[in-house]
Design a protein around this ligand. Structure first.
Ligand SMILES: [Zn+2]
Length: 309
């Protein structure tokens, strides 16, 4: 009899351990425990734009990334070793401004042009850009929409006998001395047709020790589909909306600098205060085009220098 009781107790203890293990695993998967550990992370040694003016960049191969102030829209130009990549081209009315910004930099050819997703605030000025420069590879997701803006872009592409290339996730390509990787790219689904942001092409660029993540308008449901490496500079997703930049994502990326491309007094209330708070809490420095105008990041691959013009 005593032996039987002992055995029952042992079985109860084993069941208890199994239940505890299942509960712990469940909590970990639901993110509660993950978040508990991740919350303790902090950004390492961010340097302000003001402090960075004292930074002396070494060597001749200085990477430039221009975040053009195009109001409530995106347009980013990366220049490395004479090669160029334009990510998005603002709204329709920004076309002339972007063309003259690029010409002012003495550029005649864009080696890569990325239309991250077919919303007007990203591809609006692309037709003007394509008509005005020599164009290399054009990256766009395989997603169509029936707006005039989209048709204008497709017309500009076919007028110059160019083609759209749809990259695949994890594809790599080189711009000058910068290694780029396609982190995300969506395809035409019902869900994407209802929210084109979900088709955003997301690119991570690396130059020696420095890295840059261009999130376009990717949202939290895109962020959770993969893991993210720590990255020095983050172009914040979807103009700082609270539908992007989840805590789980941010705690992996741990950006030192965040750039938000956003229009003054926009009707969307971007950037969302929650997003700003999350970044500040981590120790990330935030620079916004509505406050700073055009933002320029220069790097020798070791350090970043931030300035505004
Ligand atoms: Zn947008």
């Amino acid at each position: 009899m005593a032996r039987k009781k002992k055995k029952v107790k042992q079985i109860e203890a084993i069941i208890g351990i199994i239940v505890l293990a299942i509960l712990t695993l469940g909590a970990f998967q639901s993110g509660e425990i993950q978040n508990y550990f991740l919350k303790s992370k902090k950004v390492v040694n961010p340097i302000t734009a003001e402090e960075s003016q004292n930074v002396v960049l070494e060597g001749e191969d200085i990477l430039q990334i221009h975040f053009f102030d195009v109001g409530q829209a995106d347009s980013i130009l990366l220049i490395s070793d004479g090669k160029t990549m334009l990510i998005d081209a603002g709204n329709n009315e920004d076309g002339d401004l972007i063309v003259s910004n690029i010409k002012d930099l003495g550029i005649t050819k864009l080696d890569y042009v990325v239309g991250t997703h077919p919303h007007e605030d990203h591809i609006g000025g692309l037709d003007d850009v394509i008509s005005n420069f020599k164009i290399g590879t054009i990256y766009m997701p395989k997603v169509q929409t029936n707006t005039k803006t989209f048709e204008d872009v497709i017309d500009a592409i076919s007028n110059k006998n160019l083609q759209v290339t749809t990259p695949k996730q994890n594809d790599k390509f080189i711009v000058g001395k910068v290694e780029c990787e396609i982190m995300l790219v969506g395809e035409q689904t019902k869900e994407v047709e209802e929210n084109l942001n979900l088709s955003s092409i997301v690119i991570r660029a690396t130059y020696k020790e420095q890295s840059y993540l261009f999130m376009a308008d990717a949202e939290e449901q895109n962020e959770v589909t993969r893991t993210w490496e720590q990255t020095n500079v983050l172009k914040v997703g979807h103009h700082g909306s609270d539908t992007s930049t989840s805590t789980t994502f941010l705690n992996q990326v741990l950006p030192q600098i965040a750039i938000i491309s956003v229009g003054k007094d926009n009707s969307y209330n971007h950037p969302n205060q929650t997003t700003l708070n999350k970044l500040s809490k981590l120790g990330t420095l935030i620079y916004r085009t509505d406050e700073k105008g055009n933002i320029l990041i220069e790097s020798d691959g070791i350090q970043n220098k931030v300035s505004f013009y």
